[in-house]
Design a binder for this molecule. Sequence first.
Ligand code: UD2
Ligand code: MN
Length: 586
Amino acid sequence: ENNNHKNVLPPPSPAELTKESGKNNQRLKLNRSFVDKTKSAVRMSNDHQKEVGLEHKPEDELQNTGLDDGIMKVTPGLGEVGRPVILNQKEQILADELFSSAAFNVYISDRISLNRSVPDARHPLCKNVQYENNLPTASIVIIFTNEMWSSLLRTIHSVMNRTPSHLLHEIILVDDLSTLEYLKGKLENYLKKNLPKNKIKLLRMKKREGLIRARLAGAQIATGDVLVFLDSHCETNFMWLEPLLQRIKEDRKTVVCPIIDVIDDKTLQYVASNGEYFQIGGFTWNGHFTWIEIPEWEEEQRKSVVAPTKSPTMAGGLFAIDRNYFWEIGSYDEGMDVWGGENLEMAFRVWMCGGSLEIIPCSHVGHIFRSFHPYSFPGNKDTHGINTVRTVEVWMDEYKKYFYMHRPDLRHVNYGDITKRLELRDKLQCKDFEWYLENIYPQKFTFDQNVFAFGIVRNPVSNLCLDNLNRDEDKSEPLGLHHCKSQKGVVMNQVFSLSASNELRQEENCAEVLYKTSKYQKVMMVKCHGRGEGQEWHHMRGGPIIHRETGKCLDVAGSKATKDVYVTECKGTHSQIWWFENYLNM
Ligand code: UD2
Ligand code: MN
């Protein structure tokens, strides 16, 4: 697995956030086990069959229906109101075998009605919001490559079931060269037979174009007022479309996103929170999308918890945009292949060129977040990386150096021709990236801004440097030591800052002493909380790095390369001396 090729993770639910970490904290790493798999689950075991009116199936028949053949095997009642489905042991084995073809539990998906109901995921206040009668109409563009039959059709049916027909101009399906047999003739027939002809268009790509060019092709044939893009494994919620259209009617230069609810990849549970807590989009300097908290000033500015909320970036899959504005603002970069990076590109472009990007809390759409890609990447290219190079080269100005710091492997990659995109930026007279950071994402941490010191952090005697040892930055992991790397700028694991608020930090993670009892205390890298406390460190050029709360010093003694680092009693020994690569006068 390519470590740089991370999938977009689902936003956290409140249940995932511990009480302590509270609202100020960054999200914890996704923990799929937070879903209570037993509560209100409809079980597919024999003793629960009466409950859902399921007739007994002999074992050998079950064996035969394991295959994903694009045939629905619906059990009435299963998964209704978005409830999780729990399989018995035998079925779980069949389901596990199918899992890799879809990256979600397609065995269960095939057994849930295409018209299943979902829980109302909206904040109660949304029920009082009034929408105008004459809203603009929508062209819903759904792109897919080898999507499973049941998830694709459930997406389409959920749109049909929960969208007022006068607002639904059309659904445009774009098949990005699927090879699954049932997505060919059978799909055409199904649509003809079961869906209103005048509302459905099906477009087939002649070669594998990737999601960016597939969306462009769909947008080209659309004729509604607004374009709405959806992934091919979604379920729309109550009144999902009206709030999006309303906002675009008020301001045609706003690109709007629903809150994306989690449809659990293992149980197909539609996870509905109380609608109050959600996060907005950010990015990391290594070029990935990430969920961030709503900053205080935005909470104040938006007046109500259900009012449109400005977001620096978006996840990418689910959004609505005025159709003419989509083309005016530069649609997509058609030089981007397969998957990844187009969402940050569009977010930077929209903000920098005079538009805005918002999450509309009263609009909810569920999405199956998958932990790997079930489809191929032609040529095995890191398309996320290369697409992101195109993005940083066009939009990030001198800030691209931070990206390359993390991705030295992409410094000399062939990313194709970007002249047209640079011309676009010029033509639209867009603002620069510094403006974007200052005005749209001022909370974004930059290594060398508002810091006392930054760069690699060396203990001269041992020639060991602080190093995150490539550990998972989304989890709390110990801080480590490694031989100092000599090459400047290609040492992302060893770049730290001593921030103006006295944090020893890397991107969104701060060093903290968590176990305050033992003699050698480990230092953990955890999400920065900005409150000082256990995350406050003091340091002067060439002196010790002192943890304020415990009064102890970072020490290489008792440790060695590629091992964790500790704090010990401050003794003024050589093992407690540190130099940052750069000190700034502040
Ligand atoms: C997220 C977005 C996705 C896209 C991506 C970054 C959400 C919920 N999803 O990843 O829309 O912005 O980040 O690029 O925000 N597809 C094709 N051709 C391809 C590859 C994919 O048509 O070559 C389709 C695929 O069938 C799916 C959609 O594109 O309907 C998005 O792909 P994904 O679901 O694998 O992406 P996801 O949700 O991990
Ligand atoms: Mn998706």
